[in-house]
Design a binder for this molecule. Structure first.
Ligand SMILES: [Zn+2]
Length: 393
């Protein structure tokens, strides 16, 4: 049994508690949260700082970990994708070793669950070890080619069947992005996934050319597709932002995680929330700075009560895989976002998005959420740039 106390305890599902004690069994399951006066001080593990639940990382591509530092920063999404497509090949040993190392980095940084995008089975051996709770988003794209949807789907299904053999690993098929998935492929994905309550994701409104393509069938994506010899002759502009194409073709009964959202407006958020009450918005600020050197407008999300979650994206588009570093970046550039919101985004919202809130995401009796100590939050609840995290349970 553990009796743990610190200056503050932030259960996330309820208000912060001063001078409280979290009591867990040896597996980390929370048995009670009580006041410090009820306990002999010598029986307590006492820390300076605040105790919070384990972090949930809702967006990563663990299988791209071996590409750390290979793609330039600040060039924009299209050169970035080109870099990934042309440089992702490496030996199985190099890929496997980088995945293991990346998982360890996340565990050391207090991450207890991951929503992980996979195009290949490369991460499945690591996932089978069960050191973290995973939802694998088996991601499909056919470059907007309806004629290619059937083969893309069959190839993806073959990988998904291998995922089903991984003990305890949850998963779903997901579309990559509006600019890369045909209507036919959306239909096949919807027909395959459970009809409700399963987590799915899609990269959303990440770069201005994505909007140019859907609004006017113009811009850098036409050039990108041309370079790879892919015809967009059959593609028609919808005259609307890319997110509306996703809303038209995804299933509103599932938990949909829109990822990146650097160009998403208040109107777009409201439209998505009217489409489905199960919408989540994964933000990956460091990847946004790495790739496009821009950030979402977080006020639009706060003003619409949007359920924001945090993702690190992959080591191809980030300097590290740390939820705390993502929180610090938001605190640095848009400091009006309260610490309480950042913490909820980093924990409970992510657990709900992935369907893991039965055990994770908040300090509540009966859960086994992992317990983290954060140091470096000021008395007026500002996250300092020197803040650090360590896993206590
Ligand atoms: Zn991504």
């Amino acid at each position: 049994m553990h009796k743990i106390t610190a200056d503050w305890i932030c259960p996330v599902s309820s208000e912060p508690l001063e001078n409280a004690v979290v009591i867990t069994d040896n597996t980390g399951k929370i048995l009670a949260i009580e006041s410090r006066e009820q306990h002999d001080p010598t029986s307590l593990e006492t820390y300076l700082g605040i105790l919070v639940p384990g972090f949930i990382n809702t967006h990563c591509h663990l299988e791209l970990s071996h590409m750390k530092g290979k793609v330039d920063t600040g060039t924009g999404l299209i050169p970035f994708i080109t870099g990934v497509v042309t440089q992702r090949n490496a030996s199985a040993e190099i890929i496997a070793e980088a995945i293991e190392k990346a998982e360890q980095e996340m565990l050391d940084g207090g991450i207890v669950a991951l929503g992980d995008i996979s195009n290949t089975p490369d991460t499945f051996a690591t996932k089978a070890k069960g050191r973290m709770r995973y939802h694998t988003f088996l991601e499909l794209f056919d470059f907007l080619q309806d004629a290619g949807a059937e083969k893309t789907f069959a190839d993806g299904l073959a990988v998904y069947e291998q995922l089903e053999l991984v003990p305890g690993s949850a998963g779903s098929l997901v579309p990559h992005a509006p600019y890369s998935v045909s209507k036919s492929l959306f239909e096949k994905i919807n027909a395959f996934n459970p009809k409700s309550n399963i987590a799915v994701s899609i990269h959303n409104q990440e770069t201005p050319p994505e909007e140019d393509l859907f609004l006017e069938k113009k811009g850098a994506f036409l050039e990108f597709y041309g370079k790879f010899g892919i015809s967009l002759d059959q593609f028609k502009a919808t005259g609307n932002s890319s997110i509306y194409y996703a809303l038209t073709h995804m299933n509103p009964a599932n938990q949909t995680i829109f990822v990146h959202n650097t160009l998403t407006s208040r109107k777009n958020i409201e439209a998505a929330q009217a489409w489905s009450p199960h919408t989540f918005w994964a933000t990956c600020p460091n990847a946004n700075l790495y790739i496009e050197n821009r950030l979402p407008d977080y006020s639009a999300f706060l003003n619409t009560q949007a359920r924001v979650t945090i993702g690190t994206d992959s080591l191809t588009s980030n300097w590290q895989l740390s939820v705390l570093e993502e929180m610090k970046t938001i605190a640095r550039y848009q400091s009006y976002v309260p610490f309480s919101s950042l913490l909820r985004w980093a924990t409970l919202n992510g657990a709900q998005a992935l369907g893991f809130d039965d055990t994770l995401g908040s300090l509540e009796v009966g859960k086994t959420p992992g317990i983290l100590l954060i140091q470096g939050v000021s008395p007026d609840w500002k996250l300092g740039m020197g803040a650090r995290v360590k896993r206590v349970i």
